[in-house]
Design a protein around this ligand. Structure first.
Ligand code: COA
Length: 391
């Protein structure tokens, strides 16, 4: 029995800050961003957008294609959780009017948790093929103003329907993994922004890739030549190049620059303009690859490298299924990106500071243009609004 991703859709916010605007404000050469880190824009969430509303926007087009009562579990991965106790998936469950006969749980480990949730979902489906699981990876990447990470913010959510006989990607058994207790990126309780040792984090990322790959080869017997395409965790799109160069060097492959690009470039198109979305970024990269590849990907083997600072990494693989093109939501992805409203630096700062609100009661101005929004907080209770009527 094949198990994997049956449908996949991502959502991002309605606003974006151009790195040209950012460079002008900071007095930096814009090529540091456009070329040096490979980023052009970052999606910015207004105060009435959070990981719950983003994930509802990501999941709704999937739920609309199935019977929502079929969902047996929601596995929600995030670094930017909205409550220390209640799972963000429970808020999502309410917004999407899912069945009460459903389990919901939140997964956390920096940018890695989406992969943990996906692997858990495939295992659950293998144990019981009747399961239909909604996996969510959603994050708002936020660093201190004027820190090295400020240019690598962004936000996004990916929803994946995981089931037997999937229509898009069959995930193959076996993976390689690597964990080490390091402090390259972390966010102590009560902080809304991450602390990061940026240069160190890229070194740990690349070492983790080599270690996870070695384990993957030992576990599966598959080799670099068995792969057609690679999706990497993308904190900034230039990281994909650094990662792929590292892997190519490690395995001693001789690739032309065209082959190097074919194996990685389609996966960077969206991330270049969405920015970092932590746990979602690997899967937005996968959406980007599916939507932007020129050739037919049917039967192609993809390698996925997931990295979460702190650190946990995993390399796994999957095969693209026949007819996958009919199930992509390319138009929705492109339309969301293209219709974002550009912000100037002061407007970005206003959103940035309002989303820091850690107060008992607040009503948010209406900036979110999507079908779901965070209206405010009343006596510490988050109040969401939805355009979706009960089924
Ligand atoms: N034109 C072209 N390239 C330029 C440039 C210019 N005018 N100015 C700088 N660059 C290049 C640098 O040479 C460097 O390239 P390299 O990575 O090949 O050495 C790159 O742009 C970044 O410049 P740098 O001075 O190193 O930037 P920085 O000190 O602001 O740090 C990060 C960059 C990625 C470390 C920083 O953005 C960060 O901390 N990000 C958050 C953490 C993160 O994303 N970690 C990744 C692992 S999860």
């Amino acid at each position: 029995m094949k198990v994997g991703i049956d449908l996949i859709h991502f959502a991002t916010s309605d606003y974006a800050l151009g790195l040209d605007t950012f460079a002008e404000e900071k007095g930096t050469d814009v090529n540091k961003y456009h070329i040096g880190i490979g980023q052009e824009q970052m999606s910015i969430a207004p105060p009435d957008e959070d990981i719950v509303t983003l994930s509802a926007k990501a999941a709704a087009p999937i739920i609309n294609q199935i019977d929502r009562n079929d969902i047996t579990a929601v596995l929600f991965a995030t670094e930017s959780g909205v409550d220390q106790s209640k799972s963000a998936g429970a808020f999502l469950h309410g917004l999407l009017k899912l069945s009460n006969r459903c389990r919901v749980v939140e997964f956390k480990h920096a940018c890695y948790a989406g992969t943990a949730a996906l692997q858990m979902a495939t295992t659950m489906v293998k144990a019981n093929p009747k399961e239909t699981i909604l996996v969510i990876a959603a994050d708002i990447a936020k660093y201190d103003v004027d820190s090295s990470g400020e240019a690598t913010q962004g936000c996004g959510a990916v929803a994946m329907l995981v089931k037997a006989e999937p229509r898009i990607l069959a995930i193959e058994p076996g993976s390689g993994y690597y964990t080490d207790d390091v402090m390259d990126f972390w966010r102590p309780n009560k902080r809304t922004t991450a602390l990061v040792d940026g240069k160190y984090s890229t070194k740990v990322y690349l070492n983790s890739l080599k270690q996870a790959w070695e384990h993957f080869v030992e576990e599966t017997g598959r080799h670099f030549e068995d792969f057609d395409a690679f999706c990497y965790h993308i904190p900034f799109s230039r990281m994909t190049e650094k990662a792929h160069k590292t892997l190519v060097k490690k395995v001693g492959a001789k690739l032309s620059s065209d082959t190097f690009r074919e194996q990685t470039a389609p996966g960077q198109v969206y991330n270049r303009v969405v920015g970092n979305s932590y746990s979602a970024s690997l899967f937005i990269g996968f959406c980007s690859f599916l939507d932007n590849a020129i050739q037919d990907l049917t039967g192609k083997r993809f390698g996925f490298f997931s990295y979460g600072s702190g650190c946990v990494a995993e390399f796994f693989s999957g095969i693209i299924q026949p007819g996958y093109q009919q199930h992509l939501m390319t138009e929705s992805h492109r339309q969301q990106i293209e219709s974002r409203q550009p912000l100037d630096y002061q407007q970005y700062l206003a959103f940035y500071h309002q989303t820091d609100s850690d107060v008992e009661n607040i009503t948010f101005p209406h900036n979110n243009k999507g079908p779901f929004r965070l209206a405010g907080i009343e006596n510490h209770i988050r109040r969401y609004e939805s355009g979706i009527q009960p089924a």
